[in-house]
Design a binder for this molecule. Structure first.
Ligand code: SF4
Ligand code: SF4
Length: 117
C-alpha cells in the first residue's frame, strides 16, 4: 500500500467520522446509475475509500465508484458531519492514477489513465 502522508491522515480522519446515515444519498446525482447502485453514491464512495485505507483492498466496484463521482459537493451540504467526499475522491483518484497504490493488474486496468502528449 501507499506510504501515508499528512493528507492521507487528514482524509482518513474525516472519512472515519461517517455514521453511514445515508442523508447524503438523496442529493447525489450519480446514485441511480451503474451496476453497483449504492457504490455510486457518497456513502458507497466513503466506504470504498475507507476499505482501501484500512484493509488495503481495492475492487473493480471501488474503482467504478471513485471514478464516477462528479465532485459536485452536493453530498457535503446534506452531511451532518460535513464530510468532504469530493476532496477524498480527488485524493484517492490521484493515488490510483499515479500508481502509488499497489493493486493487481486485472484491477488496475479499470483505472483510467492520463496520456500525456
Ligand atoms: S461529490 Fe460525488 S458523491 Fe458527492 S453528491 Fe457529488 S457526485 Fe455524489
Ligand atoms: S451524510 Fe455524511 S455521515 Fe451520513 S452517510 Fe453520508 S457521508 Fe456518511
Amino acid at each position: 500500500m501507499v506510504s501515508k502522508d499528512d493528507t492521507w491522515e487528514r482524509i482518513y480522519r474525516e472519512l472515519a467520522k461517517c455514521a453511514y446515515c445515508g442523508f447524503c444519498e438523496y442529493a447525489c446525482p450519480t446514485i441511480k446509475y451503474g451496476d453497483f447502485r449504492r457504490q455510486y453514491g457518497p456513502r458507497g464512495r466513503v466506504n470504498a475509500i475507507l476499505f482501501a485505507m484500512r484493509q488495503g483492498i481495492i475492487t473493480i466496484e471501488s474503482i467504478h465508484s471513485i471514478f464516477t463521482c462528479l465532485e459536485c459537493g452536493a453530498c457535503t451540504l446534506h452531511c451532518p458531519a460535513k464530510i468532504d467526499v469530493a476532496k477524498a475522491v480527488r485524493y484517492f483518484r490521484a493515488l490510483l492514477i499515479s500508481g502509488r497504490v499497489e493493486i493487481p493488474e486485472k484491477i488496475a486496468k479499470h483505472v483510467p489513465s492520463i496520456k500525456r502528449r
